[in-house]
Each structure stands twice: as C-alpha cells, then as structure tokens.
Ligand binder design. Structure first.
Ligand SMILES: *Cc1c(COP(=O)(O)O)cnc(C)c1O
Length: 457
C-alpha cells in the first residue's frame, strides 16, 4: 500500500467529483429551518425563490438527497482550475521537527485567489439557466465579489457588487479585478438605493458596513426584473458547492492509503470548512470512521467559542431570513481584524448544529500569532497565505508541535483557502509591529447578544 507520497498530489481530470455531497442528508439531527423575517414561519421554496434562483432555493431546502450531480457546464469550468492540489507539507514538517504528517488542500490557484469561486460559478450557472439578466451581491474585502465577477463574465451575466466603502477606497486592487471581469462596483452606502440614501442622510461620511451593503444588494435585486441576490458563504447551498474541496481531498488521500486524524479549517461563515469536512464527517456520522474536526476563528470575532446558539438575523438590516446558528448578534461589530473574511457574526447552521452536538471542536486564535504562523509557513512552503487561511495554519502547526511533544505521528489535514497578495497592508502592519490583538470583553459581547430576537419554537 505504501507508495512514496509526492509533494503535490494532483488528481486526473477524470477524477474530478461528479457529485456534490449534501452533508445535511447524513445528519440525524437536522439543522433548524430558515425562518421568514416577517412571519417567523419556516421559509418555503416559494419564499426563497423571490430572492434566490429556483434551483438554488431547492438546494437550500434539501436535507435528504445525499449526492447532487454537478452539471456538466460547471464541471467544465472547474476543469480550468481544479482538481486543486493536495500538498504534503514536507518542508513545514521538517521545520517543526514533528513526527506528524501534514497535508493541506490549496484553493488559491485561481485568479480570484480563494475557494469562493467553487460556489460563485454554480450560482452564476443556475441564474443563467433560469434566464436571469444578472445578480447582485455585497463584498467586504472583495474575495467574494472577485469570484462572482469571474463567474458572471463566463456565463455572460450582469454582476452588480456593493463594496463596503472603506474597502472600495483602501483596497483598489480587488475592485479593479472585478471591473476587469465586467462587474459594476458601487461603494456602499450609495445614492442608488433607498436604504443607502437613508444611511447617508443619517450618517454623512460613513465608510459603510457589510450589513448595509447586503441591504443595498437585496433592495437592488428585488427591485429589478431578471435579477436575484447571491451570497458567498453561510447558506446551505454554498456548503454544498464547497464539498468539492473535501471530495477531492479524500480521493487524493485514499489513493495513497492515508487517513487524516485531525481536519482543520478557518471558519468565517463556515463554507470552506463545511466543504472540506463533508465526506469525512459523513463517514463519522455513519459510524464508518472517526476523525477530529477543528474550526478556527479569530479571537476578535469568537462566534463558536463564545457565541450563543439561537435564531438570529443573518444581516444587520434584518431583511434576510433568520437562521438558527451560533451568533454574536447581528449588531455585533468586530474590531478591525485583518482577516476580513472571518468577521461575520454568525456561523452556518450545519456547522452550528454539529458543534452543538460535540461532533466538531472550535478554537479562537489571536491575529499576531496567526501572522507569525503565516510568515513561517510562507518561508518554508513558498505559498503566501491569506490572513483567513492562516488561522488554520496556526492551529495545524500547534497540533503538529503537540505531536512532537507526545511522539505521536498523527496525520493532519488543513484547508489553505487562498493567497494573500491583496492583503499586504496587513502584513506590513505585522512587520512594523503595529498589529494588536483585540479580544472583546464580556460587556461588549453582551451588547451584541441583547440584539438576538427571542424566538421559541
Ligand atoms: C471568505 C474567505 C474565508 C471565510 O469564509 P468561509 O465561508 O468561512 O469559508 C476564508 N478564507 C478565504 C481566503 C476567504 O476568502
């Protein structure tokens, strides 16, 4: 069985997954249903179809079909940048002098620079198939907007992105990538929507927030014929599409007879982690194999480790459905952390339920320790990691160092979600010693919790 394991395990194109894995179908305790923000009744297919494409609304509600076929057009697009390599981190193992074997699944090999393209292309495909003209969305730091603009240009869809104003001004590079792919990028708040005009009137000079950008994107989509709103994380459909990460990783490991003991990923809304663990967690839930899973979040936005498990609004404007999830409250504003993609107040319902039932662990880490890990990783493995991804690197390194202490030769798998080329201002702060670690106090968290609605079902 023991073949020599190469530095990079590339699968053949023919080994690209033909199906997405719907983890919820394997769960005995299903995640609670989404609730309508006005009636507080479970969202129906009809309700959801007003905001999302019909096929995506179906996927959002499906918690019984274990495998869903990936349409050929999407597989063809995946072939441009997938299968993504699974890398054996020989150099990192050596640097840490650990008996552990470390693998990482690298999702940064596409122009958008992260895993988000896996779902963007699926969402654009279903929008096109339904005959829509275009889609709207929000973006903070810009990874999701970039991925979506690439996907829309491939299918000839219009793409309207509301980009949080401070990022629009301070991070011109992702904005220009989006425009290169033909997206229409508007700094939010803007004068193009009612909600934007209202916010600008109340708070002139505001630099915007993700919650406000969501509200503008939803208003624009629902106010225009042939447009729908799309979202890059948190939703069930996004986890489903991201299962390609885990399916490929498992196929590659199986080829070499390898079985991970610990699987680690960073968690913002939970989509890359949900996708990475999907086939492994399905085995665990069926009693076929056992694995440890660790979600890593910033100590500045400790959704799982310090949040509450409750129904809450998914957005600040309270226009989106409510989800039962670990949450810090939709009004919680995390400090200006450098991992923009991990600053969400909630966690996808699937991971929330798994964590609540003790099937997954969570750990919060401070950002200077994350950048230390990122830099160490870059120097030995060559890849310059995104700050978000570096949360997983940090904990993978911690686990490998533990193995050195105990002498256990564990196999560790982690998700390397993207590259950090557009995050060099954060690296600069780190290098100049100007980065601080902010951990919210109990009082600050209490303010966010106070905004969680009381819903008893
Ligand atoms: C958006 C993003 C994340 C976090 O999103 P999840 O939905 O939790 O996966 C992590 N890494 C990168 C590079 C991102 O762009």
């Amino acid at each position: 069985m023991h073949k020599e394991i190469p530095y990079k395990i590339y699968l053949e194109e023919t080994e690209l997954p033909r199906h997405w894995l719907n983890l919820r179908a394997f769960m005995e305790n299903k995640p609670a249903p989404l609730l309508h923000p006005q009636t507080l009744q479970p969202m129906t297919q009809e309700d959801l179809s007003e905001v999302f494409c019909v096929e995506l609304a179906k996927q959002e509600l499906d918690d019984t079909t274990p495998y869903i076929e990936i349409p050929e057009e999407i597989r063809n697009f995946y072939k441009m940048y997938r299968p993504a390599p699974l890398v054996r981190a020989y150099c990192l193992e050596k640097a840490l002098d650990t008996p552990a074997k470390i693998y990482y699944k690298f999702e940064g090999n596409n122009t958008s620079g992260s895993h988000k393209l896996n779902s963007a292309i699926a969402q654009a495909y279903y929008a096109k198939k339904q005959g829509l003209k275009g889609v709207t969305t929000e973006t903070g730091a810009g990874q999701w907007g970039t991925a979506l603009s690439m996907a829309c240009s491939y299918f000839g869809l219009d793409c309207k992105v509301y980009m949080v104003k401070c990022s629009y001004e301070q991070k011109p590079f992702r904005r220009e990538v989006m425009r290169t792919y033909g997206a229409n990028v508007t700094p939010s708040p803007s004068m193009t929507t009612n909600v934007g005009r209202k916010i600008l009137e109340e708070f002139p000079g505001t630099t915007g927030s993700l919650g406000c950008a969501i509200s503008e994107a939803v208003e624009t989509a629902t106010g225009m014929d042939g447009y729908r709103y799309v979202l890059g994380s948190v939703l069930n459909q996004v986890l489903l599409h991201q299962s390609v990460i885990g399916m490929e990783a498992k196929t590659a490991l199986d080829k070499y007879g390898e079985k991970p003991d610990v699987i680690i990923g960073c968690a913002g809304g939970g989509s890359n982690l949900g996708g990475l663990i999907a086939p492994f967690m399905a085995e665990k839930l069926q009693g076929k194999a056992d694995y440890r899973f660790i979600a890593v979040e910033p100590a500045s936005c400790p959704t799982l480790t310090r949040g509450k498990y409750a129904y809450d609004y998914c957005d600040t404007g309270k226009v989106c459905p409510l989800s039962k999830m670990y949450t810090l409250g939709s009004g919680f504003i995390p400090s200006a952390s450098h991992a923009g993609g991990l600053r969400y107040h909630g966690m996808t319902s699937t991971l929330s339920e798994l964590y609540d039932k003790g099937l997954m662990e969570a750990r919060a880490v401070e950002q200077t320790s994350v950048f230390e890990a990122a830099e160490r990783f870059a120097r030995v493995e060559g890849i310059l990691p995104a700050p978000e991804s570096s949360h997983a690197i940090k904990v993978a390194m911690d686990e490998a160092i533990k193995c050195k202490e105990t002498g256990e030769a564990k196999t560790i798998l982690f998700g390397l979600t993207g590259t950090g080329y557009f995050d060099m201002l954060s690296y600069e702060k780190f290098h100049d010693g100007k980065m601080s670690d902010y951990i919210p106090t109990e009082e600050e968290l209490a303010k966010g919790f106070a905004g969680i609605p009381e819903i008893s079902l």
